[in-house]
Design a protein around this ligand. Structure first.
Ligand SMILES: [Zn+2]
Length: 176
């Protein structure tokens, strides 16, 4: 198995600073909406409706949310296979950030104040209704939001651990 690409101290610092700025925007900006990134996520959301929609009506409804998570997952898996530490981590950040955006949509299931693209049906109002959990929309959203934060923390810890273990490995000689 190929080794993970080493995380140098400079890169670890860069990743940490980038993630800090990112979390500050996520924490203090509009809840569940990061400009530019979430506009891009919306495209993946709509693409997800189309692609998963091929599997039937139920999947079409969930497809938007699945689409938001599918593309970051592909990024994570492809860089994971190539053992590219920081690129896989960035995929992880993208994945968990999407949960904030998904939670924002979930929390809106009953109140329905968010503007919907195309003015179509509200995904999570329909899904939660079908599941019979519409009254729990904000509670479920709070969990998803929390999982997003825990996930971001885990991604950082993983990179920190990779950086730390790279520090412990002596410089390889010709026979290593
Ligand atoms: Zn949708």
């Amino acid at each position: 198995m190929t080794a993970w690409t080493p995380v140098t101290t400079v890169r670890f610092a860069g990743f940490s600073i980038g993630l800090t700025v990112f979390t500050l925007i996520a924490a203090f900006g509009e809840k569940g909406f990061i400009p530019i990134l979430d506009s891009a996520n919306l495209l993946f959301h709509e693409a997800g409706h189309l692609v998963y929609g091929l599997l039937g009506h139920r999947m079409a409804m969930l497809g938007g949310t699945l689409g938001q998570l599918t593309f970051p997952s592909i990024v994570i898996v492809s860089f994971w296979i190539r053992r590219e530490t920081l690129s896989a981590a960035v995929g992880g950040v993208w994945f968990f950030e999407n949960l904030f955006n998904i939670a924002r949509y979930m929390a809106d299931a009953r109140s329905q104040v968010l503007p919907l693209v195309g003015g179509g049906q509200h995904d999570w109002n329909a899904i939660f209704r079908q599941w019979g959990v519409l009254m729990a929309d904000t509670r479920i959203a709070a969990w998803v939001y929390g999982i997003g934060w825990a996930g971001l923390a885990l991604v950082w810890l993983w990179v920190a651990w990779r950086w730390h273990s790279d520090r412990l490995v002596p410089v390889k000689g010709p026979f290593a």
